[in-house]
Structure formats: structure tokens, C-alpha cells
Design a protein around this ligand. Structure first.
Ligand code: SF4
Ligand code: SF4
Length: 86
């Protein structure tokens, strides 16, 4: 299973909500009680259970290129991959 996490450049975010609407894991929310440097409520990752898969749908749809995606595989996935390539 692939695990992921994202970093959102909050001061570039214009609060359009596109990323939060497309995330299949529903782990992106708008920070309704915060304002960024542009005066928008920025998107933020809320993922206490590590549900983000690193699918990158959020990064692809963001019109302002605010989201960087990091993806890592578990040891089990790596082991399977190595077994397949031998
Ligand atoms: S990488 Fe995928 S799962 Fe993770 S926050 Fe973005 S859309 Fe959601
Ligand atoms: S899609 Fe980009 S600009 Fe829109 S809310 Fe998400 S991070 Fe902000």
C-alpha cells in the first residue's frame, strides 16, 4: 500500500476548494478560521489516520500549483516489488 502526504503552500492558495472536493480520501479541508497572506482561507491537510495515498489528484487540479505530493511505499510493497523483479 502506498502512503502519501502533501505540503500546501498556504500563502499561494486562493481558497478555491478544488483540491478538497476531489480528494478521494477526504483529507483536505479549508482553514475557515485562518487567513493567508492574500486574505483567503487556505487549504490544509487533516489526516490523523494517514489516509492520504499520494495519488496527486489534488496537486494536478490545483490551478496555482500550491501542492507538493510525497509518496512512500511500505516495506511489504517493496518486498513484493523486489520479488517480482528477481
Ligand atoms: S495526494 Fe490524493 S489522497 Fe493525498 S491529499 Fe491529495 S488527493 Fe487526497
Ligand atoms: S486547489 Fe490550490 S488554490 Fe485551490 S484551495 Fe486547493 S491549494 Fe488552494
Amino acid at each position: 500500500m502506498t502512503m502519501g502526504r502533501i505540503i500546501i503552500n498556504r500563502d499561494r492558495c486562493k481558497g478555491c476548494t478544488l483540491c478538497s472536493t476531489v480528494c478521494p480520501q477526504n483529507v483536505i479541508f479549508m482553514a475557515e478560521n485562518q487567513l493567508n497572506a492574500k486574505g483567503y482561507h487556505p487549504a490544509m491537510l487533516v489526516d490523523p489516520d494517514g489516509a492520504c495515498t499520494g495519488c496527486a489528484v489534488c496537486a494536478v487540479i490545483c490551478p496555482d500549483v500550491c501542492i507538493t505530493v510525497y509518496r512512500e511505499t511500505t516495506q511489504r510493497t517493496k518486498a513484493v516489488r523486489e520479488a517480482v523483479t528477481i
